[in-house]
Design a protein around this ligand. Structure first.
Ligand SMILES: Nc1nc2c(ncn2[C@@H]2O[C@H](COP(=O)(O)OP(=O)(O)O)[C@@H](O)[C@H]2O)c(=O)[nH]1
Ligand SMILES: [Mg+2]
Length: 225
C-alpha cells in the first residue's frame, strides 16, 4: 500500500473506540523512534510474548520498502495475514501524524480481515527524535531509543522521549561496549518524564521484551475495562 501524499479531508475512519457494527475495536499501540533502535525487534518479541493469549496484528511503515514486514514474515512471528506494510515515501512522520489515512485504512482492513482483534501494533518508519503518532491513529505510544545512540539522548528530550506513554531504552547489553552510562540515562529520563514509565531492556537477554509486554497487558486491561 502506498501513502498518497495529497491531503484528504477528515477520514471516514475515526479514532472512535467502536467499529461500525458496535463491537469494540482493537487497542492500537504505536512504536516510534530512531532508525535501528530496535522497534521491529521489539514488535517481534511482543508478538512472540503475546500471540498465545491475545488476538493481534501488526502494521509496519517503511520509507521505500516492505523490509520490516518482510522480516516479521520471515520470522513467522504471526500468520502472514496479520502483518501489513504501509510504504510511506519520503516522509515517515507524515504517515503517522499528519496524513494518517493509509495507516487508518491498514488497521481497519486488518480488523475486517482477521478480527476481532485485541491489539494492533503500528511501527513507524525509522525517523528522528521528533516523530510522534497522531492520537487519531494510536491509543498509546512507545518510543524506542537505544544505548548505542548516545547516552545523552534522554537528556536532550524531544517529544518522543518526554511524552511517549512508555520510553524503552533498548540494547542495554551494548552499554559496556559503547561507554553508555545507564544510571545517567535513567536519571535523565526520569527528569524529562516525571512519572511516565521507562523500561531498560536487552532483546539479547533472557527476559527480552517481558517488561514491555507487561505494560501492554496493563494498557489492554484498562482499554477493555
Ligand atoms: N545487541 C542488541 N541488538 C539489538 C537489540 N535489539 C535490536 N537489536 C538489533 O539492532 C538492529 C536494528 O533493530 P531493528 O529492530 O531493525 O530496528 P528498527 O529500525 O528500530 O526497527 C538489528 O540488527 C537488531 O537485531 C538488543 O537489545 N541488543
Ligand atoms: Mg523497523
Amino acid at each position: 500500500m502506498h501513502l498518497d501524499h495529497t491531503h484528504h479531508g477528515p477520514s471516514a475512519l475515526s479514532a472512535d473506540a467502536h467499529r461500525p457494527d458496535g463491537t469494540r475495536r482493537a487497542l492500537r499501540i504505536g512504536l516510534g523512534g530512531p532508525v535501528g533502535s530496535g522497534k521491529t525487534a521489539t514488535v517481534a518479541a511482543l508478538c512472540r510474548a503475546l500471540r498465545d493469549e491475545l488476538s493481534l496484528a501488526v502494521v509496519t511503515n517503511d520509507i521505500y520498502t516492505r523490509e520490516d514486514a518482510e522480516f516479521l514474515l520471515r520470522e513467522a512471528v504471526l500468520p502472514p495475514e496479520r502483518i501489513t506494510a504501509v510504504e510511506t515515501g519520503a516522509c515517515p512522520h507524515t504517515a503517522i501524524r499528519d496524513d494518517i489515512s493509509a495507516n487508518l485504512e491498514a488497521v481497519e482492513d486488518l480488523e475486517d480481515a482477521v478480527g476481532p482483534l485485541d491489539l494492533i501494533l503500528v511501527e513507524s518508519g525509522g525517523d528522528n527524535l521528533t516523530a510522534t503518532f497522531s492520537k487519531g491513529l494510536v491509543d498509546a505510544q512507545i518510543f524506542v531509543i537505544d544505548v548505542a545512540g548516545g547516552d545523552d539522548i534522554p537528556r536532550k528530550g524531544g517529544p518522543g522521549v518526554t511524552t511517549a506513554d512508555l520510553l524503552v531504552v533498548n540494547k542495554t547489553d551494548l552499554a559496556p561496549y559503547v561507554g553508555s552510562d545507564l544510571a545517567r540515562m535513567a536519571a535523565d529520563a526520569k527528569a524529562q518524564r516525571a512519572e511516565l514509565p521507562v523500561v531498560f531492556q536487552s532483546l539479547r537477554g533472557e527476559t527480552g521484551a517481558a517488561d514491555v509486554a507487561a505494560w501492554v497487558r496493563e494498557r489492554l486491561a484498562a482499554w477493555t475495562a
